[in-house]
Design a protein around this ligand. Structure first.
Ligand code: T1G
Length: 706
């Protein structure tokens, strides 16, 4: 026995406890400990059956993802398959007792057991595709034997967990245990001890017929192609499950192992594993220790009931936090509340929420016309029109109305947080909480640290973001913060490419094929071209003379073409907001470019991608060395969760590392030569490229230096 796996006895039932906090991953030592325990109970005549259970808050959350990096850099391949056969062939029945999560290798372990019992709140699943891999320990072979081919394909291809209740109806869980799981599992084990122990691998009754399966597999491939565009692992998972319907169990496991290894060594998997750990890394702020006190946030207020304000109010209500929603007058407030109700109603219609949930949440959002009740709230999020003068007025009002210690946050997407804080007597309580539209859907929350924002306020917002179902990323207070500051050059290049001869749809198509959810121009039309136009006008005085600026989007806005909301922008939109190419725009662009004397040329999709994506990377490198982002991975998490950058490329900075910084730097130098100072390479990028380093190594050095 080792200290990761312990064995105890409840009379004739052995209890094997896996104890590898925080999530009982199958790290080195755990499979070995389980093996030794199974050997021990098989050698002990007094033992009639065994229960395997997880210590702490969960069953097994899977293989140890940290080990994959070692495997792909030449380390030994560790397979769980022999252990799972050992369990299945145990002469004493083994009952798997599941609480928390049984994910990936954790569910594969559970399926090698002869029976599975679970707490009703448990979740089980094969989320491997989210890491760009597939189950690698027989999951694609045992799962269809327990739940049928259709469900197995769905679970392995989309990676979504299922609840223990659903798993029980599927036959994956044999009994739900209310209350004390261990006691219930031991009682169950005693019940089945004398019965023959069913081996999952020998079950075939749910494997269906070739004809049935052909239809299921074809439909699954079609869905994966649409919903998980560009991802390799979902298709590999479907192939592996399909093999279970025609190969023997052992052959199926070998086929699965081959596909697993191919996926594991792929760039997509390395990128997605980078994101997995990145989403956890961004929560760690070097100068704000875990034990920094946080301010309890039980009541909040949102100022402004427009699209953003309404969405933010829903976010808090959905997390169970009561919200005051303020606006200037009744008609405006009614429109705001109307939009909120409409949003909830469409979520109920789509089955995302129940009617009861909707009614409850609406009760938690209280529309108000003044600051009277603001003295009772713990936090305010201001979401009014993006103008500095108005923001300052609101913050001065909040300073008077809110109690000492309340957090004053602004949802500004570009304005200076320190300047806003200057309108109050408590700049330490002021912070930026930049939600992304639609706020109740987008996972990203850019948390903007002002010069005087206190550590308690920052720690509170970082922790609160998790409760709100968001990924909070801390950024510095520069113009446009991190996301929008980088988005500027990205959209600038998209416009330049058009002004140099590329078609609108060609620019968007190139970035969509690269993996983006939408192209830069279609995104502009969705968000409203006038938003950026107003900000550009506000900052016109800061533009450097003699530096080329794009003109086409401003010209479109001057014509009232704001995008979807006006039915015309870069594209033309029908009543269902479906886009089509607008020949009028094409003609206008050619005319404007001719007037500006810009020579027209054929532009390849490769150049379009390089110019747009490397503009992100170059600006990202500047942001890193100026210290407005803590790590390159923070930038990656921002771009994947806020700007639709393809997760399977790991984010702009990871993508640059994958391409190779020397190659990226060279390409940027080419653009610098051709297109001038806007493409001056960031010194950090130059330094890393010349020293053969990566942004990932830069992050490690940052952490080591902190
Ligand atoms: N391996 C290594 N570390 C892990 C881990 C894992 N599987 N899961 C979590 N951690 C770390 C995580 O990085 C964090 O570390 C801490 O645990 C707490 O996690 C053979 C090949 C279980 C739902 O994909 O989804 O099995 O930041 O903050 O919010 O076929 O963790 O504190 O240093 O996420 O309560 C398949 C991954 C693996 C599940 C808990 N399994 N984990 O969420 O805590 S591949 C997964 C999760 C596999 C087999 C294949 C979640 C969770 P740190 P946390 P949480």
């Amino acid at each position: 026995m080792n200290n990761l796996v312990k064995i105890s006895r409840d009379n004739d039932v052995a209890v094997i406890t896996i104890d590898n906090p925080p999530v009982n991953a199958l790290s080195p030592g755990v499979p070995e400990g389980i093996w030794a325990a199974i050997d021990e109970i098989n050698g002990d005549p007094a033992v009639k059956a065994a229960v395997v259970i997880g210590g702490g808050r969960t069953f097994v959350a899977g293989a140890d993802i940290k080990e994959f990096g070692k495997m792909t850099s030449g380390g030994p391949r560790r397979s769980l398959l022999p252990l799972l056969l050992r369990i299945e062939d145990s002469s004493k029945p083994v009952v798997m007792a599941i609480h928390g999560t049984a994910f990936g290798g954790g569910l594969e372990l559970a399926m090698a057991g002869h029976y599975r019992v679970a707490s009703p709140t448990a979740q089980v699943g094969q989320p491997e595709v989210k890491l760009g891999i597939i189950p690698g320990a027989g999951g694609t072979q045992r799962l269809p034997r327990l739940v049928g081919v259709a469900k197995a394909v769905e679970m392995c291809a989309d990676g979504k967990p299922v609840s223990a209740r659903e798993a029980a109806t599927l036959g994956l869980i044999d009994r739900l245990i209310e209350g004390d799981l261990l006691a219930g599992a031991v009682a169950f084990a005693r019940e089945i001890a004398a019965k023959p122990a069913p081996k999952t691998r020998e079950r075939t009754e749910k494997l269906g017929t070739a004809a049935e399966n052909a239809a299921i597999i074809a439909a699954a491939r079609d869905t994966a192609g649409k919903k998980q565009r560009g991802l390799k692992a979902p298709l590999a998972a479907i192939e592996a499950v399909e093999s279970a319907t025609r190969l023997s169990f052992d052959e199926g496991c070998q086929f699965e192992a081959k596909l697993f290894t191919e996926c594991l060594f792929s760039d997509q998997s390395k990128a997605l594993i980078h994101i997995f750990f990145g989403e956890r890394e961004v929560a760690k702020i070097p100068d704000i220790p875990k034990e920094t006190p946080v301010i309890p946030v039980n009541r909040v207020a949102v100022v402004g009931s427009g699209t953003m304000g309404g969405g933010i109010a829903m976010v808090f209500a959905n997390a169970g936090i009561a919200v005051l929603l303020k606006d200037v007058d009744e008609p405006t407030l009614n429109v705001g509340m109307g939009k909120i109700k409409k949003n909830y109603a469409s979520s109920v219609q789509r089955g995302r929420f129940t009617q009861a949930f909707m009614d409850e949440r609406l009760q938690m959002i209280k529309p108000v016309l003044n600051y009277d009740a603001f003295s009772e709230v713990d936090m305010v999020v201001e979401a009014v029109f993006e103008g500095m003068a108005l923001k300052k007025t609101v913050f001065a009002d909040l300073d008077r109305a809110c109690r000492p210690g309340a957090i004053l946050a602004s949802n500004t997407s570009t304005l200076n947080i320190d300047e806003i804080a200057g309108a109050t007597s408590r700049p330490e309580a002021v912070i930026g909480t930049h939600f992304f539209s639609p706020a109740n859907v987008m996972r990203l929350l850019e948390i903007v640290r002002g010069k005087k924002s206190s550590k308690e306020v920052i720690a509170t917002c970082m922790q609160l973001s998790k409760k709100l179902g968001k990924i909070g990323v801390l950024v510095g207070n520069c113009r446009g913060f991190v996301g929008n500051r980088m988005f500027g050059p990205y959209r600038r290049e998209a416009q330049f490419l058009i002004e140099e001869g590329a078609e609108v749809e060609a620019v968007d198509q190139a970035l969509v094929e690269f993996g983006n959810a939408m192209g830069p121009l279609a995104v502009g039309d969705l968000a409203g071209l006038d938003v950026g136009w107003r900000i550009r006008k506000e900052y016109r005085h800061l533009e450097e003379p003699g530096i080329r600026q794009p003109f086409s989007e401003d010209r479109l806005c001057e014509m009232g073409r704001y995008g979807q909301k006006t039915g015309r922008g870069w594209y033309r939109y029908d009543d269902n907001r479906r886009a089509s190419v607008d020949p009028e725009v094409t003609a206008l662009l050619r005319k404007w470019s001719a007037e500006a004397g810009i020579p027209q040329r054929q532009i390849s999709a490769a150049e379009i991608v390089d110019r747009c994506v490397y503009a992100l990377v170059n600006e990202g490198a500047r942001i890193l060395e100026e210290g407005y982002a803590l790590r390159a991975v923070d930038i990656d998490i921002i771009y994947i969760n806020g700007y639709g950058f393809p997760a399977f490329r790991g984010g702009p900075m990871w993508h640059a590392d994958t391409v190779g910084l020397q190659k990226v730097y060279q390409r940027i130098c080419e653009f610098h030569q051709k297109h001038g100072e806007l493409w001056a390479p960031a010194p950090l990028l130059q330094r890393l490229a010349e020293t053969g380093k990566t942004f990932a190594e830069f992050d490690k050095e940052q952490v080591a230096a902190a």
